[in-house]
Design a protein around this ligand. Structure first.
Ligand SMILES: [Zn+2]
Length: 296
């Protein structure tokens, strides 16, 4: 039987609904060197074992967020689109599952311009997938990707991205693009916050409605391994050390405030809390009974 290739979970938040939508996942094989690039293999294997995570054939989900609010249909990031047909690019199916077609999307918030977040903006022929959408990106993120001198000297990658997808995509949407400063409130329900390191303009944000709120950590952590060992870092961070500092600072705050968080790359559906053990922080998935809906 053909797999269904879609998944959605609704989170009612008073006047509007938030959805977690699956875009599928991608495999990275051995988790190193992408995760914990400079840590001894034995230590990483012990930690993976401790967390019941695989030491090979490691997979990373891609989860997007969608907000259905009165006349607005707000999509946060767009997944891989056509770029990774192997196990990703499911977002269209997941939107279809909740009755939303590409024409219905009114606004798209770009948290940062990595391919698994902006890859779904354009179709393979260069046309826009969401013909009626307005786009939003933070000023530092826009400035980084459109600058002639993108600085990857603080990253642990062996080869640096060319920026081709980013430039092509930002150019294609420039007439409908709003550039905001981190900290600004968008759509009267999203307060943005700077979380630099993963990329210079990487933002996290807080969705609020009355006394309810969810903090979307986006790419602050790519694995529960990095919740437990945030200082081990990832090659995917443009600034490795800044990524670690931002990760630790925000994880601690989420722990202290018992913040309900969502994430793009923690095990589906990636919603939970940051706990603490004697060694450090710990990913605590939110208890869920109804597979299609989460009460907060
Ligand atoms: Zn990502």
């Amino acid at each position: 039987m053909q797999p269904k290739n879609s998944a959605s979970i609704r989170i009612p938040m008073g006047d509007f609904d938030v959805y977690l939508l699956s875009d599928g996942y991608f495999g990275i094989g051995d988790p190193q060197p992408i995760l914990a690039p400079e840590i001894a293999k034995e230590n990483v294997h012990n930690a993976l074992k401790e967390l019941y995570l695989p030491a090979s054939d490691y997979e990373i989900p891609i989860t997007t967020l969608f907000i259905k609010k009165e006349s607005q249909n707000i999509l946060v990031d767009t997944g891989e689109g056509y770029h990774d047909p192997l196990n990703a690019g499911w977002l269209q199916n997941s939107l279809f599952e909740i009755g939303i077609s590409p024409e219905d999307i009114t606004d798209i918030l770009i948290t940062h311009a990595h391919r698994d977040h902006i890859g779904g903006i354009l179709l393979q022929d260069g046309k826009r997938r969401y013909p009626n959408a307005q786009y939003y990106i933070s000023a530092p993120e826009y400035n980084f990707w459109t600058s002639e001198e993108r600085d990857f000297s603080e990253s642990k990658l062996s080869s640096f991205p060319t920026g081709e997808i980013q430039i092509q995509t930002l150019e294609a949407i420039k007439n409908d693009l709003t550039i905001f400063e981190p900290g600004e409130v968008l759509f009267s329900c999203i307060r943005t916050e700077a979380a630099p390191g993963h990329t210079p303009g990487h933002i996290i944000f807080h969705v609020f409605s009355g006394d309810q709120s969810i903090t979307h950590l986006v790419d602050l952590v790519h694995s529960s391994l990095l919740v437990a060992y945030p200082e081990w870092g990832t090659q995917w961070d443009v600034n490795f050390e800044e990524g670690i500092a931002t990760r630790k600072r925000i994880l601690e705050r989420c722990y202290l405030n018992t913040t309900l968080v969502t994430t793009c790359h923690l095990p589906w559906p990636g919603i939970g809390y940051i706990g603490k053990t004697e060694q450090g922080w710990q990913w605590i998935p939110k208890a869920q009974s109804d597979p299609y809906s989460i009460r907060i």
